[in-house]
Design a protein around this ligand. Structure first.
Ligand SMILES: C[S@@+](CC[C@H](N)C(=O)[O-])C[C@H]1O[C@@H](n2cnc3c(N)ncnc32)[C@H](O)[C@@H]1O
Length: 260
């Protein structure tokens, strides 16, 4: 959905995103949506998040959402009927991306968050127990996403990871002073170190250049520090990065010093 925002005397057209979450434990998700930037983004109409209890889509009188696995084995499986009911209700009038959070999915990262931020509607399915009935995955799910190579008890925290990361990069969610542009991964480099007042804390001094007021030198320092950190901590990121001549000189020099 497009949204008109007034900025000074300009009218900006902005994309607003709708996210529906289907979860067995919505109470895990609600508090996080009510604080900080996510709260503000929802207040500004940039983001709208609705969390639905899977049990509300149960079809039997006991409101059951899980059952024993065919073929035996430990653990319960989320039944197909409530999940089909939920997705068919929530995604019936849109081209929603239907995302199942699963450790078997595509690894979530900043470029994927930025790509998803261009969508207008996401439906997030949170699994529990041993996971969901395979037919939900086959018929309804458009994307499977993992937040890392470890197994959590449910998809609620992974869903929050997506909402927070995507919500943060939606146009209008961050103020200028919180700009995401220099953050780690945005430019294939890690962020540079940051300092605030006092300039001398227990004998530890802020680098002279940051106090100089010389914008060009400051931005050169920031780039060099970002680059140095990336070389030391995540050299894999540099394979995709566009290196400047100074960066290549730096790499081939012996001045790649310890990161402290
Ligand atoms: C205990 S896990 C099930 C794991 C599943 N049996 C497997 O081995 O692939 C229960 C639910 O937590 C969520 N989950 C757990 N770890 C996750 C991860 N790393 N990324 C995304 N979702 C995860 C999924 O929704 C999953 O259905």
């Amino acid at each position: 959905m497009w949204l008109k925002l007034l900025s000074g005397n300009r009218i900006l057209l902005m994309l607003s995103m709708k996210i529906d979450v289907v979860a067995l434990f919505p109470e895990i998700i609600h508090p996080i949506l009510q604080a900080g930037i996510l709260k503000r983004a929802q207040g500004a109409g940039v983001l709208s998040v609705n969390v639905h209890n899977l049990r509300d889509f149960a079809t039997d009188r006991h409101k059951s959402v899980d059952d024993y696995p065919y073929g035996g084995g430990a653990g319960m499986i989320l039944k197909p009927e409530p999940l089909f009911g939920a997705v068919r209700t929530l995604a019936c009038q849109s081209d929603a991306r239907v995302i199942y959070l699963t450790p078997q999915g595509m690894p979530f990262n900043q470029p994927l968050a930025e790509a998803l931020s261009l969508e207008s509607h996401l439906v997030l399915i949170c699994g529990r127990y041993k996971g969901i009935d395979e037919r939900v995955r086959q018929k309804l799910v458009t994307d499977e996403i993992s937040i890392g190579d470890y197994v959590l008890t449910g998809g609620e925290i992974p869903a929050l990871v997506l909402i927070d990361t995507i919500g943060r990069v939606l146009p209008g969610a961050l103020g200028d002073y919180e700009s995401a542009q220099d953050d780690s991964f945005s430019q294939e480099l890690l962020d540079h170190p940051h300092y605030t007042r006092p300039s001398d804390f227990e004998g530890m001094k802020v680098p002279e250049v940051l106090l100089s007021g010389h914008h060009e030198k400051i931005s050169q320092w920031k780039h060099e520090e970002s680059f140095r950190r990336t070389v030391r901590r995540r050299p894999d990121l540099l394979e995709k990065s566009q290196l400047t001549k100074e960066d290549t000189d730096y790499l081939s020099s012996s001045s790649v010093t310890e990161d402290n």
